[in-house]
Every structure is written in C-alpha cells, then in structure tokens.
Design a binder for this molecule. Structure first.
Ligand SMILES: Nc1nc2c(ncn2[C@@H]2O[C@H](COP(=O)(O)OP(=O)(O)OP(=O)(O)O)[C@@H](O)[C@H]2O)c(=O)[nH]1
Ligand SMILES: [Mg+2]
Length: 445
C-alpha cells in the first residue's frame, strides 16, 4: 500500500525554545520545490549533510526515507525566531502545511514502511523512562512481535480454510454441516480431529503470547529500606548510588520524609526509597507521623530491605521486621567484623560497610538479579492495550470455534480470530483507531 497524499507536511521535530540546534522535518511531494525556493544552491544529494547558508540540510528521496516520501531534514540554529521564519518560508510553497501530531509516523505506516505494532513502538520509544521499557520498545520497533503475529494469523487462516472445506465436504456427503454426523462420519471425524488439534495448537500459541502481556512498564520497581533509626539506611543508599544524595548523621531520626532515589542497575532502573527509622515507641508527634509514613511506603514496596546495625544489640522489633523483609542488610561490619546474626533463616543476607563501600557491589548484583531475573531479561513484553485487546479477542474466537456445534460457526469464528490478529499489525484498521494512536505522539514524529 502506498498512499499518494497531495499535501506536504512540515514541523519542528525538537522541543520549542532555545537550543544548540533545532530540527525541522518536511515530508511530501513539494520537498523539491521547497529546496529550490528556500535553499537556493542546495544540490539535494541523497542522505548527504550539506551546509546551506546558516543551516545543515539532508535530503532523503522517496521511497528510502522515514515516511516513504521525499523527506527533508533541516538543522538550523536553535533559535525560536529563526525556526519560525524558516517554517513560514516553507509553508509559502504550494500545498505545504504544518504537520499534525504523529503525522510523519502515520505516513510511514500508511506507506508500508512499518506496521502498526512498530508505529506504536515509536511512541513507546519516545515515552520510555527506564532501560527495560526502552529495550522492549526498540525490539517491538524492529518488528519482533509483528513477525509472530503474522505467522499466527497465517495458521488461523489455514485453520479457517480447513473448516470451510469440512463444511463443503459435509454438505456434499451428508447434506448437513454438523460435526461428525451422518454417513460420512469416519472421514469427517478424522478431518475434524486434525482441525481440532490445529485449533488447540493455535490456542496454545495465543496463551504463550498472553504470558507476555504487561501493564504499562514505565513505573520503576520500588525497593524500600527500613529499620531502626540510625541503622545506616541513608548511608547505604548514598553508597549504592555513589553520591552524597541523602543527609546522614550520627543522631538518630535524621530522615523524616521518605525520599525516592533512582538507582541504575546494569539491567534496568529501580527506585530506592529511604524511610524514617522505625521504633515501637515514638519520641514525639513528628516521629510518630514520620514512622506512620514509613509503614505506608513499605506496604507499596516491591522489595523490602531491612537494614540492621550489627555493631549494637538487635532492636526489640527485629523478629517482626525480619518476618516482613525480603532481604536483610547488616551494616557497620567495619566496626563489628565478627558480629553475626544467626536468627535469620530464609532471607538473603548481605554485609556492608557503607562509608568504606564494602559489600556494595555484591548487593547491587543481587538487586539486579532480583528485579531483572536472567531468564526474564530477554522476554519481550506486550504492553499496548489495543494490541492486547485484539489478541484477547482472537483467543475468545478460537475458544468459541472449539465449542461450536456447527462447522460453519467454527469457520466463522476462525475468520473473526484472523481479523482480530491482523488488526494488531494494522492490516485492518479504521481511521478512528489510527487517529487515536498517532495523535498521542509529538508533532514532528
Ligand atoms: N562505621 C560505619 N558507620 C556507618 C555505617 N553506615 C552508617 N554509618 C554511620 O551511622 C550513622 C547513621 O547513618 P544514617 O545513614 O544516617 O542512618 P539512618 O538509618 O539513615 O538513620 P535515620 O535517618 O536517623 O533513621 C552515620 O553517622 C553514618 O556515618 C557503616 O556501615 N559503618
Ligand atoms: Mg536516614
């Protein structure tokens, strides 16, 4: 499919405001005319950056461009006045107008440069805020999911065709479309079994896809550090992020409000949350409120890290806290190297001396493995609600096909399943769906 739009679109592709350089993008048939009138002397050599007056210009001739049309990328100085003037000049050329949000990507989709899952992945790449979401979006953009869906849709199509054959056969031989009834019973049954097996295999493949459905993956997982006042929680976070990010003091009760600190681990990012030290008896009202907050934050944690100073006697609440914790970190091992805790059993235990940076590397490695288990690192997530809805619909159709009493009905359901699957990649898509997808992007993308 190649669209022939008469209008050429132009947009600023970088955020408005003063910057080192700005990027202005143009796509459409009028690109050559624009070059003649706005960039006199520009030779339009394909994909070659050329200095033209005060800006750099690159020309990407159709069809080897992002949109599949002639594309011009201009890099003027990042001065909003210069950019506005440039865009005004470009818009003076006939049939040129400002682009709508996501319109460049929409044209790329309509011109067959990418399918809908890839176009949606462009949005995911733009909004990804952690390593896992970004690498996932990049893999979707490269078409990993599309390939699987296409193959599955093909199998569904074959199953639908096989069922239609059954209908014809049943009508010819038995004068009825019912499963396994009548004189042709034996033959129909063997065909029926084969088709049923095929349907079950398709169902399994859909089930495997379903395991990869995830809610929007941009929220960082949270590791909350808790324990007695002065246990060394803030010092431990500072050591983990290699920065004096949090206030640390020998006086207990230094941390009052909980504080979120992002930590970049090799396989992804997490949020470390520092909390006010806990104690059964609070000293004053503020202490009480701070501890209440700590308890609330703990409830929302993905991982609870109990921090214990092993150079002093254990806090009275230790048993209770240890029961809640996922991992336990012993601090002050530098001044109490021989102190050991034997009461702990199931949890992972680590020994650190934060001011000396001892044990920090091991703890980081463990956090990386806990939050991003090796076996799951390579897993490709499907996070897009629209795609998930289509795949669920396909699964429902296959289930109904398996339960259908009449072959015609089963064939109908399988055709519906195929439609649902190919709408994931956009082979069937209506305008309102496309509008909704692309209007969530930035102008210039
Ligand atoms: N020697 C040694 N001192 C430490 C260690 N960890 C923390 N400290 C010291 O212990 C004191 C308390 O550390 P903080 O990190 O403020 O403890 P906290 O748990 O955040 O305390 P609150 O915010 O009051 O609950 C500071 O003087 C730190 O320098 C450690 O592993 N070894
Ligand atoms: Mg603190």
């Amino acid at each position: 499919m190649h669209i022939t739009t008469t209008e050429t679109i132009v947009a600023l592709a970088t955020p408005p405001g003063i910057s080192a350089i700005a990027v202005v993008r143009v796509s459409g048939k009028a690109v050559r005319k624009i070059c003649e009138s706005v960039l006199p002397g520009f030779k339009m050599e394909p994909r070659k950056a050329t200095l033209v007056g005060h800006l750099i210009a690159i020309f990407f001739p159709a069809p080897n461009s992002y949109t599949g049309e002639d594309v011009l990328e201009l890099f003027p100085h990042g001065n909003p006045f210069i950019v506005r003037k440039l865009i005004e000049e470009i818009c003076k050329v006939e049939n040129v107008r400002l682009a709508k949000r996501g319109e460049f990507t929409e044209r790329a989709f309509l011109n067959g440069k990418m399918d809908l899952t890839q176009a949606e992945a462009v949005g995911d790449v733009l909004f990804a805020s952690n390593s896992k979401s970004l690498s996932n979006a990049q893999r979707l953009l490269s078409g990993e999911v599309s390939g699987e869906i296409k193959m599955l849709a093909e199998r569904v199509k074959e199953a639908a065709a096989a069922l239609e054959l059954e209908v014809d056969f049943a009508e010819d031989v038995m004068g009825s479309g019912e499963w396994g009834v009548g004189s042709g019973e034996l033959k129909v049954e063997s065909g029926e079994l084969r088709v049923e097996n095929g349907l079950n295999e398709i169902l399994q493949s859909l089930g495997a896809l379903k395991k990869r459905f995830r809610k929007v993956g941009n929220e960082l997982p949270k590791a909350v550090l808790f324990g007695a006042p002065n246990a060394g929680k803030s010092s431990l976070i500072n050591a983990l992020v290699k920065e004096d990010r949090l206030l640390v003091d020998e006086l207990p009760g230094t941390t009052r409000d909980f504080v979120e600190v992002p930590l970049c681990l090799p396989s992804g990012d997490i949020l470390l949350i520092d909390t006010a030290g806990l104690a059964d008896a609070d000293q004053n009202k503020i202490d009480g409120l701070a501890m209440q907050k700590s308890r609330e934050v703990l409830e929302k944690a993905n991982l609870k890290i109990l921090v214990i100073d092993i150079s002093i006697p254990l806090p009275p609440e230790f048993e209770k806290w240890a029961g809640m914790a996922n991992i336990v970190v012993h601090t002050h091992t530098d001044i109490a190297p021989n102190s050991q805790l034997s009461t702990l059993n199931s949890q992972l235990t680590f020994r650190v001396a934060s001011p000396k940076n001892e044990g920090i590397k091991e703890l980081k490695e463990a956090l990386d493995n806990i939050f991003f288990p090796k076996e799951k690192r390579e897993e490709l997530w499907i996070t897009n609600e629209r795609q998930i809805t289509c795949m669920k619909k396909a699964e429902e159709c296959v289930l109904r096909a398996l339960e259908a009493k009449a072959v015609e009905l089963a064939a109908f359901e399988m055709r519906e399943a195929r439609n649902a699957l190919i709408s994931v990649i956009g082979e069937i898509s209506d305008e309102s769906v496309l509008n909704e997808i692309f209007s969530s992007y930035c102008v210039g993308k």
